[in-house]
Design a protein around this ligand. Structure first.
Ligand SMILES: [Mg+2]
Length: 298
């Protein structure tokens, strides 16, 4: 088990401690390690697998940790188990994991597995690639994450709401051209979100119909719209009721290409990356084995 002690604004370690005894009591042998960064987590996962860990690599953290572990375990037979200790936990939500870490730990114990898709972003200028578990995005979301990074003490939904509002003040809508399996979109946008999971940003049902094992990515684009209108419509996304609004464009496909007038930064699962547009985003079908709760679990 690898834990990201920085997850959930530094409270992940405290959340994990009461869980360990229950895993041991259920017959798990747990080797615990703490990750210091995205790359460190990837290295720890590789090390665990190379040392012969073939039962499962469990990660205690949020979507940033999940995506790093997914990158490390991509294409391997060793399953990834996720203990939701982050702020957003959209990967865990997508898998149907209980969001209470103690209940989630019990759900991991039987070792039921399932194979899911991942996504991969390629920056066309540099050739740099990144694997993602939940979402890749451009536009307002990047500015929201920048704002969130400045208020590490905020938690939960408040954190994303603050980030979105603050990001709106600095983001200027950009013109983008998006192609989803040949289907074209071209307009000024607030943001483009390409997701493997139905939710992002801590439970916003941005692509409510997304499935994590259907071999396609779901795309949601919000066209340029006024700030007051965006703010007034924003609560709808928690119920997925933004679908069908005139400024919302959605598509589903295995290959997405995005070009923009000037380079736009790309964010992946809560992190602003060094990748910029133009990008290609592709599905990695059945790229990851995960531990999944049994249908009867709470
Ligand atoms: Mg899908």
């Amino acid at each position: 088990m690898i834990i990201n002690p920085a997850a959930r604004s530094g409270r992940a370690r405290g959340l994990l401690l009461p869980i360990l005894p229950s895993l041991l009591a259920r017959g798990w042998r747990v080797d615990a390690a703490e990750s210091r960064s995205h790359q460190d987590l990837i290295d720890l996962v590789h090390e665990a697998v190379n040392r012969g860990c073939h039962t499962a690599v469990a990660i205690g953290g949020g979507d940033g940790s999940a995506t790093a572990a997914a990158q490390a375990l991509r294409g391997q037979v060793v399953p990834l188990g996720i203990l939701p200790l982050g702020t957003g936990n959209d990967f865990a939500r997508g898998l149907g994991m209980p969001l209470d870490p103690r209940i989630a730990a019990r759900a991991l114990v039987p070792g039921r597995t399932r194979t899911i898709d991942l996504g991969e972003v390629t920056a066309l200028t540099t050739g740099e690639t990144r694997t993602f578990a939940c979402v890749a995005g451009i536009g307002l979301d990047v500015f929201a994450l920048e704002a969130i990074a400045r208020v590490p003490w905020l938690t939960g939904r408040l954190k994303y709401t603050y980030g979105g509002l603050r990001g709106l003040l600095s983001y200027e809508p950009q013109h983008v051209r998006v192609t989803v399996d040949g289907q074209e979109f071209s307009d000024e946008v607030m943001f483009v979100a390409i997701t493997n999971t139905p939710t992002y940003g801590g439970g916003m049902r941005i692509n409510p119909g997304a499935l994590m094992d259907d071999g396609t990515l779901d795309v949601c684009i919000v066209r340029r719209t006024s700030r007051p209108r965006l703010i007034s419509r924003y609560p709808l996304v928690y119920a997925g009721r933004h679908v069908g609004l005139p400024e919302v464009w959605q598509a589903r496909g295995g290959r997405v290409e995005i070009a923009s007038g000037r380079p736009m930064r790309v964010c992946i699962d809560g992190e602003i990356t060094s990748l910029t547009t133009p990008i290609r985003v592709e599905i990695v079908p059945r790229g990851l084995v995960v531990l999944t709760p049994s249908p009867g679990d709470p």
